[in-house]
Design a protein around this ligand. Structure first.
Ligand code: NAD
Length: 415
């Protein structure tokens, strides 16, 4: 797989939309840079007694529409450029669903699978202390991303709270419900994807049971999507994770896949299916392909082999701009990440609002509000794509960048 620089890709996407909408050059220049990039060294005492130093980042791309919002990723391939790209995508994502945040992202270059639970806790707590100078409920609010879960968010909230001297639940989202988290946050990104798939099916007059779906990634996003989509009647024919992929033309028994995954910790080897690589999985015949793992999965090297009719981007940045062009020429419709996976940040927004109010909503209220936001964002993107005769990524960017640009214009240049 070509390893592309995500930051260059993110800037290229902005350049395309800036040209399309005739964005003022000064706003374009402002938005093509990140407002703040903090690099921290994170020393951790390992269980052996040795001290190892990991590199961590927190990047805030833009704050014009509100405080910064974005997840924390812990992965061996994390780089500053990747975190910058992810923070820019967060700015657009918050704008496309019209929630009052700017974009941010955090990362630690580390393989958490090689750490004990205690080492991981020390890593997260020290990282949180190091970035404590720029985060806060009114400044920048981290959330989960790849390899970060509710427990990690609880450690982050506790560390920040210890440093400021009082409980500050609103400093992170994606926490367990018992420490100020929200009902429905864990499932929110997957649930949002299901809402998008159902909206798409309405447009093409199909039912969930009429379509075959392939999902790359079986983490928070991919596994919840498989679970909820199959409950809606959707046929999941292919699933993968980092260990490899599985395929069953007649449809996988998703319940059994969950049982197998729980026992073995991986997807590869599930007995009632054909085994394959991730590369092969992306090329399976299906109606809908949901990349829900990492960025740069559909590139100019494999886009002509994608046989799905629709790509719904669960992951951030899974399709490169050249691959986008190839898919467009081939008539494959891409529902872009900044719309498709915005369910997570939307319920994070609800969690933050609940923390400020210290008043917590019912599960159904969360899901209804999520449906309302995702559904109207989808309709908005669809009508802009029709009106401007452009693809859905460009339509989503037109909406997002125009909203951010308006805020930048109104706030002006300080001093
Ligand atoms: P996760 O850590 O829970 O899961 C990641 C999944 O991807 C795992 O199943 C892992 O095995 C798989 N994977 C890793 N490397 C792979 C590879 N090379 N090939 C195939 N599969 C691979 O992470 P997540 O939270 O589910 O995030 C997945 C994607 O969704 C990321 O791009 C993330 O930025 C994006 N996203 C997450 C959220 C959220 O709320 N968690 C919200 C919006 C977007």
């Amino acid at each position: 797989m070509n390893k592309k620089n995500s930051w260059q890709i993110a800037r290229k996407q902005l350049e395309i939309v800036a040209e399309f909408i005739g964005l003022e050059p000064w706003i374009y220049h402002k938005l093509s840079e990140c407002k703040r990039s903090l690099i921290v060294s994170v020393p951790v005492r390992m269980d052996s007694g040795d001290v190892l130093c990991f590199e961590g980042y927190r990047v805030q791309h833009n704050l014009d529409r509100g405080p910064a919002k974005g997840g924390l990723r812990i992965h061996p391939n994390v780089t500053l450029d990747e975190v910058k790209a992810l923070s820019m995508w967060m700015t657009w994502k918050c704008a496309v669903v019209n929630i009052p945040y700017g974009g941010a992202k955090g990362g630690i270059t580390c393989d958490p699978k090689k750490l004990s639970r205690n080492e991981l806790e020390r890593l997260v707590r020290r990282y949180t202390s190091e970035i404590g100078i720029i985060i806060g409920p009114e400044k920048d609010i981290p959330a989960p991303d790849v390899n970060t879960d509710p427990q990690i968010m609880a450690w982050m909230m506790d560390t920040y709270s210890m440093n400021v001297g009082y409980s500050s639940p609103g400093v992170v989202t994606g926490k367990p419900v018992s420490v100020g988290g929200s009902q429905g946050r864990r499932e929110a990104t997957g649930r949002g994807l299901v809402i998008i798939v159902k909206k798409l099916l309405e447009k093409i007059s199909k039912k969930p049971e009429d379509i075959n779906i392939v999902v790359q990634g079986f983490g928070n996003v991919g596994s919840v999507f498989c679970d909820l989509m199959s409950r809606e009647g959707g046929k999941i024919v292919g699933i993968s994770d980092v260990s490899g992929g599985i395929y069953r033309e007649r449809g996988l028994d998703v319940g059994k896949v969950f049982e197998y995954f729980k026992q073995s910790g991986k997807i590869a080897g599930f007995p009632e299916a054909e085994q394959m690589t991730n590369e092969e999985l992306l090329q399976l015949p299906c109606d809908i392909l949901v990349p829900a793992a990492l960025e740069n999965q559909i590139t100019d090297a494999n886009a002509d082999k994608v046989r799905a009719k629709y790509v719904i981007e669960g992951a951030n940045g899974p399709t490169t701009p050249p691959a986008d062009e190839i898919l467009k020429e081939r008539g494959v419709v891409v529902v872009p990440d900044i719309l498709a996976n915005a369910g997570g940040v939307t319920v994070s927004y609800f969690e933050w609002v609940q923390d400020f109010q210290s008043y917590f909503w019912e599960y159904d209220q969360i899901n209804d509000a999520l449906f309302h936001i995702m559904s109207s964002a989808f309709d908005n993107v669809w009508s802009v794509a029709e009106a401007k005769k452009c693809d859905h990524r460009l339509a989503a960017y037109v909406i997002a960048v125009s909203r951010v640009a308006e805020a930048v214009r109104l706030r002006g240049v300080y001093p």
